[in-house]
Write a protein that binds this ligand. Sequence first.
Ligand code: ZN
Length: 236
Amino acid sequence: MEELQNLYKLQEIELQLEKLQQTQKSLPVIAEFKKLQAETVRAKEKLLRAKSDFAELCKQQKRLEHSLQRNEEEQKAVHNELYKGMNHSPKELEQLTKKAEILKDEQREQEEKLLDIMEKRDEQEKNINTITKRYQEMRGSLLQLQKSGKAELQEIRSQKEKLLAERQLLLQQISPALIDEYRKRRKQFHGRPVVEVAGNVCSGCRVSVSSLIKSSLRQGGKNIRCENCGRLLIMR
Ligand SMILES: [Zn+2]
């Protein structure tokens, strides 16, 4: 009979543990923490994307600057050809003039592109600064929240530890077969497969138990179940 009493205690402890688990999960500070954590992760991803966009713009800028430099050198060469006073045929002159015009056009086009890229780069730089600031603020709030949540969590954890220790002791005093049986029926009876007979009533289903069952319980009978609901019975 004592084994059953211990099983009953075990059941109550496991119910308390589940309740604490639930409380812990639904702590406002935990929900807030999770939300902020997700936002922080998103901000970090945004920051990484902005940085990679910025790096790409820098590359484009460099490429254009090089190309503009080449263009300038080519223009100088053509200019020299034209005005060095060398003798060119009219056809050669025409070709050189045409080349100079094309180079000039290319230069204008590239300069416009360069300005556009520099503008975008500046924008992206500002963007990075804004996101970085926001990200750092979030990290700060996250740490703050972690601190304030710690006290609440600590309280729950210490209660849980105490219950877990009690549970461990009880488990050593109950046969594995009975534990097995209890585990199997836990779900069916919403965590309470073992109930007391209080007065003449099964406290699981509130139906009166027969006098036969009562006397069996009084005589220390094991494995006695409520005739109505099938829960394992113990005497109060
Ligand atoms: Zn019952």
